[in-house]
Design a protein around this ligand. Structure first.
Ligand SMILES: *Cc1c(COP(=O)(O)O)cnc(C)c1O
Length: 419
């Protein structure tokens, strides 16, 4: 494995762990909907000498010398991010999705201010004010959710009423476990009616938006978007904040990221973001994004036909939430373990109105971004879904399914590049 030859020669311990992980990824199927495979070009940027450089500040305004090339890299990343999402401004420095959200809150809120966000058990993220986070101590989070768990429709009337009553400074729309499209226009209108900023956390679906397979919140009046860069967007682990058009808001965001919250930017990651954004600007990425959605729909159909209840009745994006306990009597944790033994990685997940505890909930969450990057067709995905059902319904089928899953995995090697 010449790609890691220096680690192999100089540090056998770390090399063994990396090699083990490479093998795990190659031989198993990744169905965690927030994971993906980056290209070699993205990895090369991450491994570049840009990691050696301190670049506190922004292009043209840095606190250290020697910024000729870091400025170039950050400017390229910013310009590409803007054109991918139709944004007026981009900050490419957040180290992750959580950092992007925290910086956005710091830019928009004073301690004690109110945020109206999606109910966590209806698909919202930890950083949307889960009680275990420090954010929940600093800000006041109030919630909206689904009106009907079977169709996934958001209760927009309740959202509007809560907004009028609670006077949030931010109305936050975004999720990590919600399989439908939001009515961005309705949410933006409600936010603006009460004088709040309309903020979308598109961490999960950024790649689908960039590839044109999902609606772009900026086309419906949203002011601000935060995202990760490593989920459907298929870049390095990192975060990104986009502002549609308000320059004063963009300046507040820049200040909140640095010096408000973070230290020196990770320039090697920013270079890798630039490379990934370049890949996402290619026509082939549009096909990828559409295939992700088509593949997820196919898997959802197989589950429904197999008698499994899906939250929101199916999927319109890249992910599926299945009530395996209610439908098959298998708990989320048991399903996760059994599928793991068969070579499929996914996660247990709470479902709306879950009667079970978060550590062993009723549901599983899975999705198609990683499989689609490996070239899985809708038919391949249907086969994977059928194998999953076999494992869930018959514990004794694990060994046999494992063989079939390994064969499928090896027939679809992880690509080095996405042309
Ligand atoms: C994944 C995710 C995040 C957090 O991203 P990290 O890079 O893990 O910090 C934030 N918001 C949503 C909606 C997410 O899905």
């Amino acid at each position: 494995m010449s790609y890691y030859k220096h680690i192999e020669q100089e540090d056998r311990e770390v090399f063994a762990a990396i090699e083990g992980e490479e093998k795990r990824q190659a031989e198993g199927l990744e169905l965690i909907p927030s994971e993906n495979y980056v290209s070699r070009a993205v990895k090369e940027a991450m491994a570049s000498s840009l990691t050696n450089k301190y670049s506190e500040g922004y292009p043209g305004k840095r606190y250290y010398g020697g910024q000729e090339f870091t400025d170039q890299v950050e400017r390229i990343a910013i310009e590409r991010a803007k054109s991918l999402f139709g944004a007026g401004f981009a900050n490419v420095q957040p180290l992750g999705g959580a950092n992007a959200n925290i910086a956005a809150y710091f830019a928009l809120l004073e301690p004690g201010d109110t945020v109206l966000g999606m109910d966590l058990s209806h698909g919202g993220h930890l950083t949307h004010g889960h009680p275990v986070t420090y954010l929940a101590k600093l800000f006041r989070f109030v919630r909206y959710g689904m009106k009907d768990v079977e169709t996934g429709e958001i209760d927009y009337n309740a959202l509007a009423e809560t907004a009028r009553k609670e006077k949030p400074k931010v109305v936050l729309a975004g999720f990590s476990a919600y399989p439908r499209q939001l009515d961005w226009q309705k949410i933006a209108d409600i936010a603006h009616e009460v004088g709040a900023v309309a903020m979308a956390d598109v961490a999960h679906i950024a790649g689908l938006i960039a590839g044109g397979a999902q609606k772009n919140p900026f086309d419906y009046g949203f002011d601000l978007m935060t995202t990760t860069t490593h989920k459907t967007l298929r870049g390095p682990r990192g975060g990104l904040i986009l502002v549609r058009s308000d320059e004063a808001l963009a300046k507040k965001i820049d200040k909140a990221v640095f010096p408000g919250f973070q230290g020196g930017p990770h320039m090697h990651q920013i270079a890798a973001k630039a490379v990934a954004f370049g890949e996402a600007l290619r026509p082939s990425f549009k096909i990828y994004a559409q295939n992700v959605v088509d593949n997820a729909r196919r898997m959802a159909d197989v589950f429904t036909e197999g008698g499994v209840r899906l939250i929101a009745g199916g999927t319109e994006n890249h992910l599926i939430l299945a009530d395996v306990f209610g439908s098959l009597g298998v708990t989320g944790a048991e399903a996760e373990t059994r599928l793991d033994e068969a070579g499929i990685t996914l996660n247990k997940n709470v479902i709306a109105d879950d009667t079970r505890k978060p550590l062993d909930p009723s549901g599983i969450r899975f999705g198609t971004p990683a499989l689609t990057s490996r070239g899985f067709s809708a038919q391949d995905c249907a086969q994977v879904a059928a194998l999953m059902l076999q494992v869930l319904k018959t514990p004794a089928a694990v060994a046999e399914a494992h063989g079939a899953i390994r064969t499928l995995a090896l027939a679809h090697p992880i690509p080095d590049s996405y042309q």
